[in-house]
Design a protein around this ligand. Sequence first.
Ligand code: ZN
Length: 79
Amino acid sequence: MQTLTIRLRTRTPLWTGGIDGSMDRIHETGLLGSLRWWYEAIVRGLGGWACDPTEGDRCPDRQGRYCDVCKVFAGMQSC
Ligand SMILES: [Zn+2]
């Protein structure tokens, strides 16, 4: 496994509020969820496969394959 470090600078205010709607800190899971959502949209828009667990379509499939999105986000951790 390789490590990829990405340094980002925001251009607009970030909102990653918690369950109570307050922005007390940056919630890393909110960032990853947003990045994943946009990456799924791009992958689907380009004809790729992005699993959808809400539809019972999740990774890995019966042959042990992962979708194009899970290949990037599986095991990704915030630091
Ligand atoms: Zn997947």
